[in-house]
Ligand binder design. Structure first.
Ligand code: GDP
Ligand code: MG
Length: 371
């Protein structure tokens, strides 16, 4: 059961402990300053003294531990949009990602071998940047959504112009709608002689997606990943959508991000690809991710080059983890190793309690089944 000491309760209300003790006496509870009282009694005292009650949830406790409570919406500057490409199998998701990757103006000269790190940022000739999540199929996106992680700002829905809306297209539409993420439609394979973009637009109507040239507000671009046409228009559409969303983040704070994927490397240990969402992640930072903690030993971009820091919307590989987190886990920089351990332990403890509770339910069900 939840309890609180008289001292702590008075501190939180900024009232004198004697005031609290007086109220308790009225309720027939004789307590000294160091004694604990239960939550229900505390609630009555709080109301009697004219304060409002906020029963703290697990999430609140964590926010407090992580130092994330309160308003940190300061020093906001525009950040690049984070995009997930979705669509039916064989409609050209991978081809489109590759084609877009080839439009990167920085990559050309760098010539480094591209590693697969699950996300990459494209530098456009205009100076703008777009981050693409290269998740294998819908699985990662779905899993992340289940974990409550919202990393995607915009979904690009790829529909092959010669095939139209298929089962996984509908799934993707539903995912995007459920996550309240705006959709941009990329009608792909328009180079094919049997392509029929108008039919695709018609079919989209049945899913309440009304494209611009049919009087709606869904941006729709005709592309060919193979012939590499329409890519600049698609990128422009993404940037336009991003502008409407007014995507902003404070780069001058400790980093908060989400794990996109992770792996255990024989030589280098656990490695996570982290999408930084707020603040700037730096080498040497102490962090908590899922139930793990660690200190950033090195940061690497998708070309395998070491970088010193990563700001909002930039995906980086992080070395220095003590364990392997899951896709969708948060990644939060904290001020000390003690704090990191405290939070990781709290989360481990909570997960064990949840597991015990679940097991308890299981046995109750088994008991009932036997009756
Ligand atoms: P994914 O399953 O959605 O990732 O689709 P892929 O990118 O693997 O593409 C499936 C097939 O469609 C491959 O054979 C591609 O070469 C082909 N393809 C992809 N984009 C285009 C395109 O714009 N035009 C044509 N003609 N074929 C394409
Ligand atoms: Mg593919």
């Amino acid at each position: 059961p939840e309890t609180i000491t008289v001292q702590e309760l008075s501190n939180r209300m900024a009232e004198r402990a004697t005031e609290v003790i007086k109220q308790l006496m009225k309720l027939g509870v004789m307590a000294t300053i160091n004694q604990t009282i239960d939550a229900d009694t505390a609630e009555v005292v709080i109301q009697e003294l004219g304060h409002t009650i906020k029963r703290v949830t697990d999430a609140d406790v964590e926010m407090g531990m992580l130092g994330l409570e309160g308003n940190d919406e300061v020093n906001l500057i525009p950040r690049p949009p984070v995009v997930t490409i979705m669509g039916h199998v064989d409609h050209g998701k991978t081809s489109l990602l590759d084609a877009i990757r080839s439009t990167d103006v920085v990559r050309g000269e760098a010539g480094g071998i591209t590693q697969h790190i699950g996300a990459y940022q494209v530098n456009l000739a205009s100076g703008n940047k777009i981050t693409f999540l290269d998740t294998p199929g819908h699985a990662a996106f779905t899993e992340m959504r289940l974990r409550g992680a919202t990393v995607t700002d915009v979904v690009v829905l790829v529909v092959a112009a010669d095939d139209g809306i298929m089962e996984q297209t509908i799934e993707a539409i539903n995912h995007a709608k459920a996550s309240q993420v705006p959709i941009i439609v990329a009608i792909n394979k328009v180079d094919k002689p049997d392509s029929n973009p108008d039919r695709v637009k018609q079919e989209l109507l049945q899913h309440e997606l009304v494209v611009e040239d049919m009087g709606g507000d869904i941006l729709c671009i005709e592309v060919s990943a193979k012939a590499r046409t329409g890519l600049d228009k698609l990128e422009e559409a993404i940037l336009l959508q991003a502008e409407l969303l007014e995507l902003k983040a404070n780069p001058d704070r400790s980093a908060i991000g989400t794990v996109i994927e992770s792996k255990l490397d024989k030589g280098r240990g656990s490695i996570a690809t982290v999408l930084v969402q707020k603040g700037t992640l730096k080498v040497g930072d102490i962090f908590v991710t899922g139930n793990e903690s660690g200190r950033v030993r090195a940061l690497m971009n998708e070309r395998g080059q070491q970088v010193d820091s990563a700001g909002p919307s930039l995906p980086v590989e992080v070395l220095g983890l003590n364990g392997t987190p899951n896709a969708g886990d948060d990644f939060v920089v904290v001020e000390s190793e003690a704090k990191a351990r405290e939070i990781a332990a709290y989360r481990g403890h909570r997960d064990r309690e949840l597991a015990v509770a679940a097991a308890g339910r299981g046995s109750l069900e088994q008991m009932l089944a036997k009756l």
